[in-house]
Design a protein around this ligand. Structure first.
Ligand code: PMP
Length: 417
């Protein structure tokens, strides 16, 4: 049996039509199949490979760590230098109130840990989340996912979850004295890149009014800011999910910097591990300390913060900072926006190098994606916006590569029947 047959026989599938490309090597911006065909990677493993595939400094850091130790022991018994150094570097680049890092294996586990922390710290049970949001696929994270189609088959899920419309300022009065936390993506990624809206009067703006409005005066505030204010009034914690928007993706190191808010708990994942599995929830120390008591070991994990993942993540974040990659994002975003103009493209929504190109239907989008892949450009769609083509390349993409990629997309669009 060949690899493809073995793949279908022995690997569990959750989609009836997986792409099933056989990739044998990845380097910088490209993936290569067994026949030597190369693919320019426009999705970076879904917002993971922000410093490109196998950056030499990341590979070297992993090699070095394998010479020292792999798994040893968790629960605080041992000082693991990769964890300590990485947590120190991350927190140097975060506000004063976000200084304590709990490393997990994945984004979903970061979501789980953060929700537990919020319940433990506030003694409350209600969790507010948003329609069309994605925070992971485990049962707690699924409970706050904003789509009934994906939730329904797995009920019962967590009780006490309330879903509001993202950007609906007029629904924030649903937060109350029972609300433990609000969990929200800084920019809704899987909804096809929906950014926080601005409104002049919080209380009156509905979601539709707000998204159509751009800030016009300095007094205007955005949805996340309104949410922060409401959380403070109610004593609820604000959890910002930056699993997809962190590490420069939106043009600043953290997406929340653009919205004048600081969360109580920050979720990181994806690019955090520099290509290895790693997640984290981050809060102030006094808040995190509530997981030490009643019960002791309030959150535990065997592998969370694995030394290899932390060594890789640390090296990758240093590359991001040393190479000034974050500062290049806005210019690169502009080139995409300038190029991607075509009557069949309905809209292009962007938050830095997180871009959704909207077509009339999933079918048209799929035709474009298939054409792109056949022509050596790897792209995808979004979970809750299947008519939108996903662009989330490594931040190392060059201007020439962006122009080439846009050329392929436009040719694909031209070929639409
Ligand atoms: N939050 C967001 C915003 C995500 O995009 C994802 C993954 N797509 C997750 C959480 C879950 O991360 P993981 O797949 O590592 O569990």
């Amino acid at each position: 049996m060949n690899q493809r047959e073995l793949f279908f026989r022995h690997l569990a599938q959750t989609s009836a039509s997986p792409l099933a490309l056989e990739i044998v090597r990845a380097e910088a911006m490209h993936l290569y199949d067994g026949n030597g065909k190369s693919y320019l990677d426009l999705i970076g493993g879904i917002s993971v490979c922000n410093t490109g595939h196998r950056h030499p400094r990341v590979v070297e850091a992993i090699r070095k760590q394998t010479d020292q130790y792999l798994h040893i022991l968790v629960y605080g018994e041992m000082l693991q230098s990769p964890q300590i150094q990485y947590a120190s570097l991350i927190t140097t680049h975060l506000p004063e109130s976000l200084q304590s890092v709990y490393f997990t294996n994945s984004g979903a586990e970061a979501t789980e840990g953060a929700m537990k922390l919020a319940k433990r710290a506030t003694g409350r049970t209600q969790i507010v989340a948003f329609h069309h949001s994605y925070h992971g696929s485990t049962q707690g994270a699924l409970s706050v996912m904003g789509d009934e189609y994906w939730r329904n088959a797995f009920r019962p899920l967590l009780p006490g979850v309330v879903h509001l419309d993202y950007n609906a300022f007029d629904q924030l009065d649903q937060l109350n004295a029972h609300t433990a936390c609000v969990i929200v993506e800084t920019v809704q990624a899987e909804n096809g890149v929906i950014k926080p809206a601005f409104a002049t009067t919080y209380a009156k703006a509905s979601a539709v009014e707000a998204v159509n409005r751009q800030p016009t005066t300095v007094n205007e505030k955005n949805f996340l800011h309104a949410l922060r204010k409401k959380c403070d009034e109610c004593g609820a914690l604000l959890i910002l999910d930056e699993i997809q928007t962190g590490f420069g993706r939106t043009g600043t190191l953290w997406g929340f910097e653009q919205y004048d808010v600081v969360p109580d708990i920050l979720l990181l994942g994806k690019a955090l591990g520099g290509g290895l599995p790693l997640g984290a929830f981050i809060a102030k120390k006094e808040l995190m300390d509530t997981l030490m008591d009643r019960p002791v070991l309030g959150h535990i994990t065997t592998f969370g913060g694995h030394p290899l993942s932390c060594a890789a993540g640390l090296a990758s974040m240093n590359v991001l900072l040393d190479e000034g990659l974050v500062e290049t994002v806005q210019e690169k975003e502009k080139i995409f926006l300038q190029q991607l103009v075509h009557p069949a493209i309905r809209s292009v929504r962007s938050a830095g190098l997180l871009i959704a190109v909207e077509f009339e239907s999933f079918e048209k989008n799929k035709q474009v994606i298939d054409f792109c892949i056949a022509h050596g450009l790897l792209t995808d769609w979004f979970l809750f916006a299947s008519n939108c083509l996903r662009i989330a390349p490594p931040l190392t993409i060059s201007d020439e590569e962006i122009r080439w990629a846009c050329g392929v997309i436009l040719k694909a669009v031209d070929s639409l029947g």
